[in-house]
Structure formats: C-alpha cells, structure tokens
Design a protein around this ligand. Structure first.
Ligand code: ADP
Ligand code: MG
Length: 633
C-alpha cells in the first residue's frame, strides 16, 4: 500500500564510501553479517533502553531478537530485528547520508595518502554499507517502535548512486534488511556457513540471534507478503552478556571474539582484564588493550561512540568512553556494567556523579595494572602495544598527576646506551645503571633520532660515559614540562643549566673560560644582535659550537614547530657555547680581517642552530656566507 515513492541520490560522500568499501573489503567480505547484526543489536539496545521510560514502545511484543534467514531460490539473505526501527527521516539521515562521525573521518583519511585498507575500514565499522560487498541490491524495511503500521518505510538501492524510498505498511516494528546476493556469493546461501559466522563474530551479542531450524525459511516476497508457514527458529548464538559469566567459564577465544565484535577490529586484543567489584557499589568491568592503533588515534581525533560501553544492570545505556576513562587511555575498549546507577541517567548527570567517579578510578587502576603486567610478562606484546599507544600514554604524565609515577614507569625511550633508535629503555633501567654519585636523569630532545644522537650537546656526556635518554617524539617536550623527577632523581635536559662537573672539571672549565675571555668578547661583538650571550662550553669535546638553553627556555625545534602552527612563541636570542680547543675557533682568533672573522663566527652560530633544529633566519645569506668561506679560504 504505497503512498509516496521517491528516488534520491546518495550524498556524494556515501557514493565514495560505497565505492571504497566494496572494493577494499573484498578479502573480509564475511564481516557484512557482523556489521548488520551489530546494527540490529544496537537497535534492540536502543529500544530496551527507551522502553524503560516509555513501556508502550514495546506494544505487545516485548521480545527483542534478531533473525537471520536465507532463501536459495531467491538468492537472498535476510537480517531482521525487533528493535527500535526507523522513521522515514531517520532512514534518509542514517543510510542516505554519512551520519557517523567515524565514517566521515574514515573518508577524510582515505582521500589523503592512506590506501584503503580493510583493517582501517573494520575499525571504523562502516557498517551498513558493507552489505554491498556481497549484495548488488539491498532492501530495508523498517518501522519505528510506537509508530502506526502504515508508517513503515521501504528503502531500496543497488548501491550505485541512487536509492528509492516508499511508504509501506508493516505489521511489526523493527528493521528487515534483505540482501540480494551477487552472482558469485552463493556461499552465503548456506545455513552451516551463516551459523558459523554468527558463532564466530556475534556469539555474545546479548540478544538471541535466531536461525531457521532445519530447512531455510522462505523469505517473503516484499511486494506480496505471503503468510508462509512460520519456520521453526532456534537460537544460534550464546546470547548472554559475556562479562556476566565467571572468568573461569570464558575461554581466551571467547574473550577475543567478543573484543573483535565490540571494537569492530579484525585483530586480536593485546590483553584484557575482567573484574567484578562487590560492595556498597557493585560493578563489572571488562577492559581490553588493542594491539593495533585504531585509525582515529593517528588522526588525532577519537571515536567516543565505539570505545567503552556503559551498561546498567545488563541494559546498554550509552557509549561513555569520555565519562569512564581519562583521555590518555582512549585506546581502551570494553564494557562497564554498573548495578547501582539509575537507569534514566543522562550524560550530564554522569559527568557529576560520585559513583561514576569511583568506577572511573577503578577503570584507570585496572588498565594501568594491565599495562604493567603486559610489560612484565609479555615484553614482545608490550613493545608492539607501546609502539602503537606509547605517545598517547605520555599525555597521562600531564593529565593525570595522581598516576604520574606509574605512567612514567611504563614509558620507554631510546638512549645513548640503547640500540639505535629503538625506544626500549625504561626510567627504572636508566636509574638502575646510574653510577654512584649521579643524581640526575639526563635527556635530550630533538626532531628525530639522528638529530638527538648526533647532537654536540652529548659530547661531554659521552666523554664521561654518562647515559642520556634520546627523546624525539613531538609530545616529549610537552610531557617533560610535567615530569621533573622520577624515583627521587631530577630529570634534566642536557642543553640546560649546569653540567655534572666534579671539582677538577670545574677548575679546568674556569681556567679555559679565563684563557678564552678575549675570544669570547670578540665573537660577541662580531655577532652583535644575533646572540644573547657567548660563553665557553663544558659540553663540547669535538664540535666547535652548540646552543645552550636557559631553564625556562623552549627547545629550538619545538619553538619552530609551534611557530609553524601559528602560535606566539617568545623570541629568545640564543646563547652560543664555543669550544676554544677547536681549530675553527683558533682560526677566528687569528683572523685579522673583521669581515672574514664575522663570516666564520656567524657560521659557528648557524651550524649550532641547524644542529638544534632551529630555523635559519636568512638561508640565502647563510649559503652566500658559506660559499665565500669555502672559496676565500
Ligand atoms: P553505525 O552503526 O556505526 O552508526 P552503520 O552504517 O552500521 O553505522 O549504520 C548507520 C545507522 O543506520 C545507524 O547508526 C542506525 O542509526 C541506522 N541503522 C542501521 N541499521 C539499523 C537497524 N537494524 N535498526 C535501526 N537503525 C539502523
Ligand atoms: Mg553499525
């Protein structure tokens, strides 16, 4: 009984996603079933939650379930749910346009340099559109719970740019998705195959997923709904909330499969922690560490919806990653099921809820315990995890003062005593091999491993065999602003402040400074406005010069990055340190011609700036100067 029919074009972005998904998901095409079941389960979750405040929505049929059936003759697979359903506007908004922020980000990423990759698509849960990987036509029949039978909607598309919408009468609420399979997708017309996919990907969907018992059910022709003999249904999945079972009854494979459907991930989780807290306030947490970085992390965004699910007494309430975990643990996936929160809780209420604060504290503790355990017991997995999430974890040093020491313990760095650029040295390891008398953890920050490891600032430390941590991730400088000490040892930048000199060193240093005082004065006057100060360095053994920083000063490479990002950064004049033993300094000293001496002194400053990652104020002048010196000798 049609009242309005119309044909619409997909939003341009949908067409793009469709194209990408159908072309790149091919090797994982079976996940269409997981995605459609996941949508059906979300729809049941929504109805169950909304019916608490509005029981009429269930209107005579309180049973929430998902039915999967197939029809060999018609070559269709059908997924039906008795969930919340959609109004006509919802269908347009949810399926005709890119509604989910995750999908939009996915699209932005894909149009960049990223190659379409099934792993990424999986993590975005591109969901509904995955139907077109196996189907060349998809029909959706849906009616919102509480709406009249005549308010049904039929959506139909071949996924090539257009879809049609039609008002239809549907006696039951919920959504039916009919996939008209492509010519070579017959494998999905097999009950055994479908059943094994349900088991594999959707076993712990908390609603019964029913399948016809023996013979496949004849799917009704949508145009002419015949009342066929009702099939005998049997439940194909476990249908229990996994986290409610005792740990001893859950196998690793079950935990992993649950993670995959929860996190829309193809990969195994790196680790998980499952706990029940009983007492004045009871709750269950099941928290996972992924082994691969989800794409939105790399994009600098976050997908709040897919992180951590809040249930109250088994009823899904909302995705509440932001309410349940601090930002620096946003990679965690999982479920929190609280017994004592009111079911009508709102997001606003959650943000100021004491009980939730306790749960949040417990989640943070569990996750940090879990990462510590991984570091201790499974170093290889930990290394992979750290590679993916180490920089995110570092945000915790700034964000979470109460756990600063615990987080710092988990960090790993490259080091002058480590292996190349690999970031494997912990602060404990560093402290453990500090020689007696050393009371400082030394580090250097730079743009990259080479710039750090090759910095002239390290020469004196090398000469004295003092280990220096090499930090070259962008976040390090910011993090170090909140990490002044660890295990009672102060943490210091080698470019800043006093060096660890003993009495004999100090005497030698003073002597060198006195001897070179006239040279220092000369260079100061030759460089004029370009330097704040010039002094004899205790840091250098081989190089002629380097920059030194005051304690409050920002590293030059960072100042450059911030300026490039459009921020106001105070313009401190550099402090130049020189090594009077170096032949170049001796040349300056003996150069009678002031113009030539100025060239040499300026190059001395400029090479120190380059090594520190500071920008050259006038590159063309630098090149001319260098050529003059090279030719003029
Ligand atoms: P996501 O599930 O990540 O939101 P999908 O592409 O899987 O993205 O689904 C898009 C939207 O379409 C869903 O958010 C939901 O609003 C709607 N939708 C899809 N399937 C159903 C369904 N079976 N019942 C109700 N709404 C649905
Ligand atoms: Mg979905």
């Amino acid at each position: 009984m049609t009242t309005t029919t119309e044909t619409r074009k997909f939003e341009a972005e949908v067409a793009q996603v469709l194209h990408l998904v159908t072309h790149s998901l091919y090797s994982h095409k079976e996940i269409f079933l997981r995605e459609l079941i996941s949508n059906a389960s979300d729809a049941c979750d929504k109805l169950r939650f909304e019916s608490i405040a509005n029981p009429d929505l269930l209107a005579g049929d309180s049973e929430l379930h998902i039915d999967v059936s197939w029809d060999k003759a018609a070559r269709t697979v059908t997924i039906r749910d008795t969930g919340i359903g959609m109004h006509r506007d919802d269908v347009v908004a949810n399926i005709g346009t890119i509604a989910s922020s995750g999908t939009r980000r996915f699209l932005e990423a894909m149009s960049g340099e990223q190659k379409a990759d099934a792993r990424l698509i999986g993590q975005f849960g591109v969901g509904f559109y995955s139907a077109f990987v196996v189907a060349d036509r998809v029909t959706v029949l849906t009616r919102h719970a509480g709406a009249a039978p005549e308010a049904g909607v039929k959506w139909d598309s071949d996924g090539r740019g257009e879809y049609s919408l039609e008002d239809v009468t549907l006696p039951e609420r919920g959504t039916t998705v009919v996939l008209h399979l492509k010519a070579d997708e017959d494998e999905f017309l097999d009950g055994w195959k479908l059943r094994s996919l349900v088991r594999k990907y959707s076993d712990h969907v908390a609603f019964p997923i029913r399948m016809p018992k023996d013979a496949p059910s004849p799917v009704e022709d949508e145009d002419d709904a015949k009342a066929d003999a009702a099939p005998e249904w049997e439940t194909a999945n476990d249908a229990s909330a996994l986290w409610t079972k005792p740990k001893s009854e859950i196998s690793d494979a079950e935990y992993q499969n649950f993670y995959k459907s929860l996190g829309h991930d193809f990969n195994d989780a790196a680790a998980w922690t499952h706990n029940r807290v009983e007492g004045s306030q009871s709750f269950t947490t099941l928290l996972y560490l992924p082994s691969q970085p989800p794409f939105d992390l790399m994009m600098g965004g976050r997908d709040e919806r897919k992180g951590l699910k809040l249930y109250i007494k088994r009823v899904f309430v909302m995705d509440a990653a932001e309410e349940l975990l601090p930002n620096y643990l946003r990679f965690v996936r999982g479920v929190v099921d609280a017994d004592d929160l009111p079911l009508n809780v709102s997001r606003e209420l959650l943000q100021h809820n004491r009980q939730l604060d306790r749960i949040k504290g417990a989640c943070v503790k569990r996750v940090l315990d879990l990462i510590e355990k991984l570091a201790r017991d499974e170093p290889e997995k930990f290394t992979a995890f750290y590679k993916a999430f180490g920089n995110t974890l570092k945000e915790g040093i700034v964000e979470d003062a109460s756990n600063r020491e615990r987080i710092a313990k988990l960090l790993r760095f490259a080091s002058t005593k480590g292996e190349g650029a690999s970031q494997t040295v912990s602060l404990d390891e560093y402290v453990g091999r500090m020689p007696v008398g050393q009371d400082t953890i030394w580090y250097i920050t730079a743009d990259g491993h080479k710039a750090a490891a090759g910095s002239p600032q390290l020469e004196a430390f090398r000469a004295k065999d003092i280990e220096v941590l090499l930090m070259f991730d962008r976040i390090d400088e910011w993090m170090l602003g909140s990490l002044h000490e660890y295990a009672g040892k102060s943490m210091k930048n080698v470019a800043k402040g006093e060096l660890p000199l003993d009495e004999a060193d100090k005497a030698k240093q003073e002597e060198a400074a006195t001897a070179a005082a006239p040279l220092v004065e000369r260079i100061k006057s030759l460089l004029g406005e370009r330097v704040g100060d010039v002094r004899v360095s205790a840091r250098l053994t081989d190089s002629p010069s380097c920059l030194a920083l005051a304690d409050y000063e920002m590293a030059p490479h960072l100042a450059r990055l911030l300026r490039e990002a459009g921020q106001d950064v105070p313009d401190n004049k550099p402090t130049l340190e020189i090594n009077p033993q170096h032949a170049l300094l001796q040349r300056i000293e003996s150069e009678a011609d002031d113009a030539k001496a100025t060239d040499l002194a300026t190059l001395l400053l400029e090479q120190a700036e380059i090594a520190a990652g500071a920008p050259l104020p006038d590159p063309a002048a630098f090149v001319q100067r260098m050529n003059r010196v090279l030719l003029g000798g």
